[in-house]
Design a protein around this ligand. Structure first.
Ligand code: FE
Ligand code: FE
Ligand code: ZN
Length: 280
């Protein structure tokens, strides 16, 4: 069972590993660079080595790096798409310092060009940037459909996957707040939503969960995260997700509005739920 939260990447890999351990986590997420974009910090080999020792000792699961959320692979402007490509390419090179992990990104916002054009531009970028030799799996995040976001339905993500040549390098990260806001009722119909995911995309493609409650009702397309049990999804539905047999093998990442203490509490809560459900 792998549970963790977003940790700060400003002090490097070893610091991230230590922070995760401190909070009781055995996986984590981090921004590969400032979430608003910009230059990434240089990676130091010694720092990565120190991190590897911690990750092995603590038996960490795969970590889920997050691309800057300003990156827009389907902007209407070519220079913004090129910037997305160069950040993506650089991030994938950097990810190879810690081989075999996940790199999650928001597919993008089509800004009035329409979802079909968005899907085409996103898959074009992926076809340029993915390499046969990379060990990182790139994850498309399910989105809430705020503004002109692409990826608000399983079908849109499936269309992107269909257009990408190196399919084995691609997977999906399901964000519970986003799918709920996108209109998938995971409170009353979790099994049906997972069946739908399976039919449209295939559950084998599901590689990670962003585990967030939502401040808004199902279908609101708002994307405002809430602490576990303090939002419209609610504690019992979140518990069912955390112990669902089709999901328990995946890394669960908290992106809830919390301080360290709050994260430690939510990590402990998920562990308790799983223990009570007989899942070690
Ligand atoms: Fe995200
Ligand atoms: Fe997310
Ligand atoms: Zn979100």
């Amino acid at each position: 069972m792998y549970i963790g939260n977003h940790v700060s990447s400003s002090k490097g890999y070893e610091a991230m590993g230590k922070q995760a351990v401190k909070l009781g986590a055995n996986t984590f997420a981090f921004f590969t660079r400032n979430p608003r974009g910009g230059r990434a910090k240089e990676i130091k080999i010694e720092d990565v080595e120190q991190y590897r020792v911690i990750a092995e000792e603590q038996e960490f699961g795969k970590v889920v790096a997050h691309a800057p959320y300003t990156m827009n692979a389907c902007s209407a402007k070519e220079d913004i798409r090129e910037l997305a490509y160069s950040m993506f390419e650089d991030d994938l090179k950097r990810m190879e310092f810690t081989p075999g992990n996940y790199y999650n990104f928001h597919p993008g916002s089509h800004v009035g060009q329409g979802p079909e054009k968005g899907i085409e531009l996103i898959s074009d970028l992926l076809n340029r940037v993915l390499k046969e030799e990379q060990t990182t799996t790139v994850l498309l995040e399910t989105m809430s459909g705020k503004g002109s976001e692409v990826g608000k339905t399983f079908e849109e993500l499936r269309e992107i996957l269909d257009l990408v040549t190196l399919k084995t390098k691609l997977g999906v990260c399901l964000d519970t707040c986003h799918v709920w806001d996108g209109g998938y009722d995971i409170v009353n119909h979790l099994d049906e939503v997972l069946d739908e995911f399976d039919h449209v995309i295939g559950l084998a493609k599901l590689k990670a969960i962003h585990f967030n409650d939502s401040l808004n009702p199902c279908g609101s397309h708002k994307d405002r995260h809430a602490k576990i049990g303090e939002g419209c999804i609610g504690k019992e539905a979140m518990r069912k997700i955390a112990v669902h047999e089709k999901l328990i093998h995946l890394p669960f990442i908290l992106e809830t509005p919390n301080d360290d203490e709050g994260y430690a509490r939510e990590i402990a809560l998920v562990k308790t739920w799983r223990k009570e459900a007989g899942l070690q």
